[in-house]
Ligand binder design. Structure first.
Ligand SMILES: [Ca+2]
Length: 357
């Protein structure tokens, strides 16, 4: 366990005034090391999605995935069902934690006190079938995000939604919040920290990056399946199972005001907390933007196959909790929902590539 209560924690003291402690079958992609340096934004090469389409997609829908350019460090999630939502047997367990963590979450999640009554642990267990997809094994790093910036991602209108572009222009956004600012409250942001997970990005920026990379943000269901595994893996509270979180499993707030690291960690970390599919840091480190709009009642009406979320809404989904959240919020079912423009130093993302349209 890494206990760092020195300078780093002190840096966050101001933030802590407002928030104490907010929360198988493994099928790995065969890497083609000869193409390890391949740039998927290079127009001369196919995007991952195009590569799949050209690689006899039908043959890989449920079985072995192809080794394709652009799929480095992505995990294949085969077609099939999983159990979405919070397991009933954990209700009593979570109820207590939820109450405790609830007030912290308001501040750490989005400074929106109206959300106090909107804490959503994903009650309503239901089976969901998902078509096959790839998901990033790790959260997107500063190094990866820097490539997007250097490639002109912020100036490329085609990568942005209408609302996202309007937001970007009106606010003159050209880089993540705190990017390269050593004095920021979240100091490991920028090219000087290449291996750390990117933070300080809005949903709009995450979405633009994903499009640039030839990928997409995961649906809420895709994110949760990647964290839980298929139906054969049951419905565990955390990616590693039901064991209590420790700093061996995840970067989080293990006790009030006590953090494993006190900030974001490198993306390739906490291997012990990997999901049944092998995804890393699904729990903790940074919250991860999902594609879906939020609707508390969606689970009760969502389709059982490839749910895409409500057609519209005011808030987007974030999953998995962060370095600043307690154990109540780093479980696989907790649904944080915030405005897509929010840019916090605990919000990041990872991407998917879908194998069917
Ligand atoms: Ca995470």
């Amino acid at each position: 366990m890494k206990n760092v209560f020195g300078v780093v924690v002190f840096i966050f003291a101001v933030a802590l005034v407002f928030s104490s402690c907010a929360k198988s079958t493994k099928v790995n992609l065969e890497h083609d090391h000869k193409h390890a340096a391949h740039k998927i934004d290079d127009a001369k090469h196919a995007t991952p999605k195009e590569a799949v389409k050209s690689a006899e997609t039908a043959a890989v829908k449920t079985d072995a995935p192809p080794a394709q350019k652009g799929f480095e460090d992505m995990i294949f999630v085969p077609a099939g069902e999983f159990i979405m939502g919070k397991a009933n047997k954990m209700d009593e367990h979570e109820g207590h934690e939820g109450h405790e963590g609830h007030e912290h979450h308001d501040h750490h999640g989005h400074h929106d006190h109206s959300a106090h009554k909107e804490v959503d642990f994903g009650d309503h267990t239901h089976n969901v079938y998902l078509s096959p997809y790839y998901i990033d094994k790790y959260e997107v790093t500063n190094k990866q995000y820097e490539e997007f910036i250097n490639a002109g991602g912020y100036e490329n209108r085609g990568l942005w939604s209408e609302d996202g572009w309007k937001w970007r222009v009106e606010n003159n956004v050209t880089k993540p919040n705190w990017w390269g600012n050593a004095d920021s409250p979240r100091p490991k942001s920028g090219p000087q920290f290449p291996d750390y997970s990117v933070t300080g990005v809005s949903w709009h920026e995450a979405s633009a990056y994903a499009k640039w990379a030839g990928k997409a943000l995961p649906t809420e269901a895709q994110w949760e399946k990647a964290a839980k595994g298929g139906i054969e893996n049951g419905n565990h509270l955390y990616p590693w199972g039901n064991n209590e979180p420790t700093c061996e499993f995840a970067n989080f707030c293990y006790e009030k005001y006590k953090f494993c690291v006190g900030g974001v960690d490198v993306a390739k970390s906490y291997e012990n907390g990997k999901s049944p599919y092998g995804a890393i840091n699904m729990s903790g480190n940074v919250w991860e933007w999902c594609r879906d709009w939020y609707d508390r009642g969606y689970y009760a009406v969502s389709p059982s196959n490839d749910p895409q979320g409500p057609v519209s809404g005011a808030k987007k989904i974030l999953r998995g909790g962060s370095w600043a959240n307690d154990k109540a919020f780093i479980g696989s079912t907790y649904r944080l929902h915030v405005q897509p423009k929010l840019r916090n130093y605990y919000n990041g993302f990872r991407c998917v590539v879908e194998l069917t349209d």
